[in-house]
Design a protein around this ligand. Structure first.
Ligand code: UTP
Length: 289
């Protein structure tokens, strides 16, 4: 029996430089895909996967994301008075249950590994999930739910993976694959942002992880890796050989909403899948394509 995953960390303290000027004031996790901010998709996915405790790692002085995840009392009163039930539900239904959300501050953006390490006290030696909200996955069941099911069989560390074009490996953590069975790839090593010629495979980690607390022990060392940042991939790599490490080829489509093109495509794909918009979207886009 593996220990269940009930905690999820949402690192949202990055600078978001690829999305300036939009991210000068508004964190990228609040940018909407159709009409829902990225953080809301991430929270929905976590709750659907059975997560009970949500840990937000925010930048110093940043409180817009946590405010978004709280009740907006005054607005709720107005919507209720005006009989706008649908609109009211749209701002209340997806909120984390009372007491389930905690925020910690990453005082400097030293890297994803450091952001996750900032949540160490709250993770408290339990297995935990990490969701990067700017990697948006369109999937049913959700990507994290698929991973939780796989983790029930494999235990250890499980990351969501997909093949990327070889020329893009330098943007990802890449698996050195030992063996594959079904949708699972067992790794014997990991490389962060390898040059395409040196990448051990094209199987790349996207922003979904289920990790054992041992990973945090390696992050304690605060060692810098690629890009002079404290890398989560490096800490995960150090657990290989001690803890099983698997990549899951999840079912669904992933959109890298941390870059402009990925964000635009996500908006089109999510709009096309919507009953209220899908019919019109091809028609209105046709003149531009
Ligand atoms: P990115 O690599 O997308 O970096 O971070 P970024 O700073 O957000 O964006 P760019 O590259 O400047 O455009 C991946 C995830 O890790 C978080 C980000 O918020 C994002 O969810 N992160 C990154 C942190 O929380 N802290 C960090 O120090 C770095």
């Amino acid at each position: 029996m593996v220990k269940p995953v009930t905690k999820a960390v949402f690192p949202v303290a990055g600078l978001g430089t690829r999305f300036l000027p939009a991210t000068k004031v508004v964190p990228k996790e609040l940018l909407p895909v159709v009409d829902k901010p990225l953080i809301q998709y991430a929270v929905d996915e976590a709750l659907a996967a059975g997560i009970k405790d949500l840990i937000l790692v925010t930048a110093e002085g940043e409180n817009l994301i946590s405010r978004y995840l709280e009740h907006a009392d005054a607005l709720e009163v107005v919507l209720r008075e005006r009989g706008k039930e649908l609109e009211l539900r749209s701002i209340t239904d997806g909120l984390p249950p009372p007491g389930s959300l905690t925020c910690v501050v990453q005082s400097e953006p030293l890297g994803l590994g450091h952001a996750v390490w900032c949540a160490k006290e709250l993770i408290d030696e339990q297995p935990f999930a990490v969701i990067l909200p700017d990697d948006l996955v369109q999937a049913d069941p959700g990507c994290l739910a698929q991973m939780v099911a796989a983790y029930g069989k494999t235990g250890g560390n499980v990351v969501a993976v997909e093949d990327v074009p070889r020329e893009q490996t330098a943007r990802y953590g890449v698996l050195d694959v030992e063996m594959e069975y079904g949708r699972l790839a067992r790794a014997r090593g990991l490389v962060e942002k390898p040059d395409p010629v040196e990448a051990p495979s094209t199987l790349s980690i996207i922003g979904r992880y289920i990790l054992q607390p041992e990973v945090l022990g390696y992050l304690d060392r605060q060692e810098c890796g690629a890009g002079n940042e404290i890398q989560l991939t490096d800490a995960m790599a150090k657990t290989i050989g001690k803890i099983p490490f698997h990549g899951l080829r999840f079912q669904g489509r992933r959109f890298d909403c941390g870059n402009k093109l990925g964000f635009i495509v996500a908006n089109v794909a999510f709009a096309a899948a919507r009953e209220d918009l899908g019919g019109d979207i091809c028609e209105v886009l046709a003149p531009f394509i």
